[in-house]
Design a protein around this ligand. Structure first.
Ligand SMILES: Nc1ncnc2c1ncn2[C@@H]1O[C@H](COP(=O)(O)OP(=O)(O)OP(=O)(O)O)[C@@H](O)[C@H]1O
Ligand SMILES: [Mg+2]
Length: 480
């Protein structure tokens, strides 16, 4: 029979599967008819009498087994071989296939060559001699079910062989997969081996590093210990040196003050002409001696104070006093000099500041004297110096500020203003006298009171020095 005369009926509810199968068969040269389900398949089988039926098993309505049973029980078409497509997920499929008289099984997904070879084989053996057919059925039990199989011996054999073939095919596939797995496994083992070697190396390197790190930490600790010791020694030396310096200064100051007081005292006696009259030129010279002596004394006092503060030996001598009186007294001390230079000296005291407060009066006077004398000293003739005293309620401090319309200070000079022996103009001229100790001492005295000092200045325009110290007020005159 010519291939084109061989008609194959495909029964498949999935349109895609049906089309795929149709193409394979049509390409192989067969004429193909497609039915969408069991019922349609049966109708077409009866009508067209195909040479072969290939049917899916799971279909809505009439499934593949039922379709096969109907075909095999219709004497007009019962000789038509039926191939069932199965995914073989259920072993009872085989029994059910035998029971319904199917001729062959093909496992999905199928290999096209394998499928075509199977079809060819079935078509060749299609014509069965009548005498081989048996009408007797066999009853078998499988998985708790009873099945009655009436298919012919040859058909059963074919069917079982096809099942076996499927199994063989699956096995071949399995063997291939296993070979692949073995290969992969080998590769994996090699990888693991390589990785193990790498890791072992890495661990070795890491261990070495750790060892080095430990050694380094040890030497570092030693170094830190040595360095700490050196620093401690250096600090002790420095402390001893500072102590020696302070002692030296204190002694020297004392030793200098005694003869200096004699010089000043006897100069005063001479100046007052208690011993006898002096001629004008002698008087002038005595006054020079007196002025120089007093200047030297104040210098020595400053140095002594500074070294005392620095060695921590300066202590506050607290006492109660009227703040207003102290401020007025400080202003009076500068009034004469200010007047001489035509400088207006003004004072603004908040009424709340008229209090009795506790502090070290002598030191507070010293602070006021230094700030006011600087303001007057560094303000050209005809300028103004103003003193403002106010209470800072929020911080509990008294703030005293001295502003002037003087020469001002350059921004870059501000940071070293409060260091000892700093005089900003010294480099150019020596037109202002002093030693540059005033502000250094002032800052330390303010800090000794637990206060702070700051400055705002504009070069050529004027400066404002201000300090604030916490105040303790005499309880009786507390005002709102
Ligand atoms: N009100 C001011 N206006 C401008 N410059 C100032 C003012 N007060 C201080 N200075 C600058 O700061 C420097 C340091 O002041 P400080 O009071 O410490 O020293 P001094 O007045 O020169 O000397 P001393 O106070 O020891 O007699 C001054 O030499 C001056 O250059
Ligand atoms: Mg000064």
């Amino acid at each position: 029979m010519n291939k084109a005369e061989i008609r194959i009926l495909i029964t498949e509810d999935s349109a895609i599967q049906a089309e795929k199968l149709r193409r394979v068969l049509a390409f192989a040269g067969y004429s193909v008819v497609v039915a969408k389900n069991g019922v349609e398949g049966l109708l077409k089988a009866r009508e067209l009498k195909p040479q072969l039926v290939v049917s899916d098993i799971n279909m809505p309505g009439m499934n593949g087994f039922e379709l096969c049973r109907h075909i095999k029980s219709d004497t007009n078409i019962s000789a038509t071989p039926v191939i069932l497509l199965t995914s073989l997920s259920d072993p009872t499929d085989v029994i059910s296939g035998l029971e319904c008289g199917a001729d062959n099984f093909i496992v999905k997904p199928y290999d096209e060559g394998h499928l075509l070879a199977r079809i060819k084989h079935i078509l060749l053996n299609r014509e069965l001699p009548e005498n081989l057919q048996t009408q007797l059925g066999v009853e078998i039990h499988f998985a708790g079910q009873r099945y009655f199989i009436t298919a012919e011996k040859k058909q059963i054999l074919d069917f079982l062989i096809s099942t076996y073939e499927n199994a063989v095919q699956k096995n071949t596939e399995l063997v291939k997969v296993q070979e692949k797995l073995e290969l992969l496994n080998e590769e994996l083992e090699q990888k693991v081996e390589r990785r193990t070697v790498d890791l072992t190396k890495e661990i070795g390197v890491r261990k070495q590093l750790e060892e080095k790190l430990r050694e380094y930490a040890l030497t570092l600790e030693e170094k830190v210990r040595d360095r700490t010791k050196e620093l401690e020694d250096a600090k002790n030396l420095a402390d001893a040196a500072t102590q020696a310096k302070s002692d030296f200064l204190a002694n020297m100051s004392h030793e200098l003050r005694t003869p200096l007081n004699s010089i000043i005292g006897f100069s005063e006696v001479l100046q007052d002409e208690m011993i006898g009259p002096l001629n004008p030129s002698q008087l002038e010279d005595v006054q020079y001696i007196l002025t120089a002596g007093r200047h030297l004394l104040s210098l020595i006092n400053d140095i002594l104070d500074l070294s005392k503060v620095e060695s921590g030996k300066m202590e506050l001598e607290l006492g109660w006093f009227s703040l207003q009186e102290l401020i007025e007294a400080s202003v009076v001390m500068q009034r004469e000099k200010a007047m001489k230079h035509g400088i207006v000296l003004s004072l603004a005291i908040q009424p709340e500041v008229d209090i009795e407060m506790e502090a070290d009066v002598r030191k507070l006077k010293q602070i006021m004297f230094n700030l006011l004398s600087n303001a007057v000293k560094f303000t050209p003739d005809g300028g103004a110096v103003s003193l403002v005293v106010r209470k800072l309620i929020e911080t509990g401090e008294i703030e005293i500020s001295v502003s002037d319309t003087g020469i001002g200070i350059k921004n870059e000079d501000l940071p070293r203003l409060f260091s000892a022996f700093t005089q900003l103009q010294m480099a150019y001229t020596k037109e202002y006298e002093g030693t540059g100790l005033g502000l250094a001492l002032t800052k330390r005295l303010v800090e000794l009171h637990g206060g702070r000092i700051w400055v705002e200045s504009e070069f050529g325009k004027g400066s404002k020095f201000a300090f604030a110290i916490p105040f303790r007020q005499w309880p009786s005159d507390e005002r709102s």
